[in-house]
Design a protein around this ligand. Structure first.
Ligand code: XUL
Ligand code: MN
Length: 344
């Protein structure tokens, strides 16, 4: 498969048992080793990790035990011919973080969140990646009056500064999302994430990860969110997927809902040489009807859509596009793009 210099990644959670908030698993859960064995065959190069994807049960282990277990995982991914793209601390499942992690009102919960993030940085170090992703899942409110947004923003800043200081080799990419699980999140868009990074103690090490579904949930166009971050050299990873309107986070296969929107994401990534900067992550989930034996097709479909759209972006008649722009003939430009997407 020609991949045009792009490298692709996904997380172990992207092959899953199909449980949702309303029903139990519908497929057996695969082991980590089983999933790892599938990456190369599916056309992927790297693994995205939550800290506990690499070291399950890390809250019960000492820092030294965590590092040792992470080292074993490093050998597993080496043996599978894979890289680790990033490590993300999973700060949203512990009973300690029901009211938030870095912005919890309980100082003990905030302390736990910082310690857990330090362990995630240790794991990243052992897995050979300098990238940490922060999806700030529970930093926000269900009850507006329960937290103070000025104080919460200060706490988020203090948290990233503490990690930047603790792990001088680590770069942090914030993955914004406007809601779910919270009603209202404190860092809902690229702009918020970049502003926070710019105020940190080391702005050079603060960037972003754009997820298509999250941008759509914020009422924004993913390609503009990509372009905004890329204009500052701050887009360090992506979670491409798709989303049918303003509902729960669907993590549909890339391009499954809106091919033109997917095309514009690929176009802006490629025009700005994203392949020199980061990997193409696909944060997609198989729909619940999918059987166990065919539980990774959403990943291959998404990868194929990316590559097909890449070919379409590169084969676009740029001179014709430019002359239509010069003539301000945008209806014809519309037709040129649509007919190109339809195969000419
Ligand atoms: C949540 C989400 C997460 C992060 C990783 O919506 O996208 O999977 O990408 O923590
Ligand atoms: Mn994601």
């Amino acid at each position: 498969m020609e991949k045009y210099g792009y490298r692709f990644s996904f997380g172990p959670w992207n092959i899953h048992s199909g449980a949702d908030p309303f029903g139990p698993p519908v497929r057996a859960e695969r082991s980590f080793a089983d999933k790892l064995g599938q990456y190369r065959g599916l056309g992927f190069d790297a693994v995205q990790f939550h800290d506990d994807d690499a070291v399950p049960g890390l809250d019960e282990l000492t820092p030294l035990q965590i590092r040792r277990r992470a080292r074993k995982v490093k050998r597993q991914i080496d043996d599978a011919g894979l890289l680790a793209e990033f490590v993300a601390p999973r700060l949203w499942e512990s009973p300690r973080t029901v009211d938030g992690a870095y912005t919890a009102n309980d100082p003990e919960a905030r302390r736990y969140a910082i310690e857990r993030t330090k362990r995630a940085a240790d794991i990243a170090h052992e897995l050979g990646t300098d990238l940490m992703v922060l999806w700030l899942a529970r930093e926000g409110t269900y009850m507006r009056e329960s937290k103070d947004p000025v104080r919460a923003t200060g706490q988020l800043l203090e948290a990233v500064n503490t990690i930047l200081d603790y792990a001088p080799a680590i770069r942090i990419a914030i993955e914004p999302k406007p809601n779910e699980p919270m009603d209202l999140a404190y860092i809902p868009t690229m702009g918020h994430a970049l502003a926070l990074g710019s105020q940190s103690s080391d702005p050079k090490r603060m960037g972003v990860l754009m997820e298509s579904a999250h941008s759509v949930l914020a009422g924004l166009d993913p390609s503009d969110e990509i372009g905004f971050a890329m204009s500052f050299g701050k887009l360090w990873s992506v979670h491409l997927n798709d989303q049918n309107g303003l509902k729960f986070d669907q993590d549909r296969s890339f391009g499954a809902v809106d091919l033109r929107r997917a095309f514009n994401q690929v176009k802006v990534l490629d025009e700005n040489r994203f392949y020199d900067v980061g990997m193409v992550g696909l944060d997609v989930k198989a729909i619940r009807t999918q059987p166990f034996e065919r539980d990774a097709e959403h990943l291959t479909n998404s990868l194929r859509v990316f590559l097909r759209l890449l070919e379409l972006s590169r084969s676009l008649d740029r001179a014709a596009v430019q002359s239509l722009i010069d003539a301000r003939d945008y209806e014809q430009l519309d037709w040129l793009i649509i007919s190109h997407l339809l195969g000419g």
